[in-house]
Ligand binder design. Structure first.
Ligand code: SF4
Length: 345
């Protein structure tokens, strides 16, 4: 018999241990609770009345939005990516918030302002829809959709505990990455989480996007609250605590951060950090003041970083025509009108 819907909702938001515990303290059978939890997460038995809007582009990138019941939506993207072995894997990019308060100049979500955090169940639900409704064999997860995950870190960490449970979704911790624009308190808390033996191999990605503090402050107001030297220290401490090499993201924007001296400055800043740089050609958001970079600029930027000893990967542009590419998530119909403030600014 399927579990009652209230229990399914609770199972979505709980780790297996917590779900068992709650059942026990309510005088219910812990074993039955366990079976319900596994049924929900392993076989996708859950209510599925959420509105799903789905768009696919010619590269196989799928963007989908889920109605949240309060008029808002989460947005997620499934990206086909070829791994180092040449095998194609599906990466699910999850949102952690509706909108975002941090106001990065290149980002579509920033134009919405911050609306609210997603709950643990709403984060997990994105994986459920991808896995069981869209039938996508997801092998990698990145918290890189709408919102700054470090601003909703408790819910993100709880979601990681659920996603990595071998009796449930069973995603390997090494295949989960949390991407931040550099919220230092969040990086430090995530570092503590990573030192737990079960989560040793989770990944950290940091969007740097600038070769020096002046450009970064212009592009990413968060730099005023979390300056680059402190960010560098938090990233070094991640490595010292045993974290895997950091994925450093650099969105290449014509006329902003693509000067011929910028690779030198970036390589200098990254010196001694165990990291890999992902160069992402800018995807123009709506009403963008900047175009996408030309191929020649991207190639010479990547080569110049490589010549300076950086490990570099050039990200393929996926999903641009469905507004699913990096920095392009965000519902254009729910723009907030009030000016943005950076927390801690
Ligand atoms: S890039 Fe990330 S942190 Fe910056 S505004 Fe967009 S969603 Fe927020």
């Amino acid at each position: 018999m399927p579990p009652p819907s209230g229990q399914i909702d609770a199972a979505l938001a709980s780790t297996r241990a917590d779900f068992r515990l709650r059942a026990r303290s309510a005088g219910e059978s812990a074993d039955q609770a366990d079976a319900h939890w596994i049924d929900v997460h392993r076989h996708g038995r859950k209510r599925s009345e959420r509105d799903i809007n789905q768009r696919t582009n010619e590269n196989g990138t799928i963007k989908f939005t889920l109605g949240l019941g309060d008029g808002h939506e989460s947005e997620s993207v499934i990206l086909p990516m070829t791994g180092r072995t040449g095998r194609e894997r599906l990466t699910l990019c999850l949102s952690s918030q509706v909108g975002c308060a941090l106001g990065c100049g290149f980002c579509e979500t920033a134009a919405m302002g911050f609306i609210r955090n997603l709950t643990v169940a709403e984060i997990i639900d994105q994986w459920h829809v991808a896995r069981f409704r869209l039938d996508a064999a997801i092998s990698n997860i990145v918290f890189m959709g709408m919102g700054e995950p470090m601003e909703n870190l408790d819910a993100v960490l709880e979601a990681i505990r659920i996603l990595t449970d071998r009796s449930g979704p069973g995603i390997a911790p090494s295949r989960i990455a949390v991407s931040t624009v550099g919220r230092i308190a969040g990086i430090r808390k995530y570092t503590d989480f990573m030192t737990h033996p079960d989560f040793r191999r989770v990944r950290l990605a940091v969007s740097i996007n600038a070769p020096n503090p002046d450009i970064r402050r212009e592009l990413m107001p968060v730099t005023k609250a979390d300056p680059m030297p402190d960010l560098h220290a938090a990233m070094s401490d991640w490595i010292k605590a045993g974290g895997k090499p950091i994925l450093v993201e650099y969105v290449l924007i014509p006329g902003v951060n693509d000067d011929e001296d910028h690779p030198r400055q970036l390589a200098q800043w990254l010196d001694k950090l165990d990291c890999r740089v992902n160069v992402i050609p800018y995807n123009p958001r709506r009403n963008s003041p900047w175009p996408a970079p030309d191929e020649c600029t991207v190639t010479s930027f990547v080569d110049s970083l490589r010549d300076r000893g950086c490990r570099v990967h050039r990200r393929k542009t996926l999903g641009r025509n469905v507004m699913a590419a990096c920095g392009q998530l965000g519902n254009q119909h729910i723009r907030r009108k009030t000016p943005l403030r950076v927390p801690g600014d």
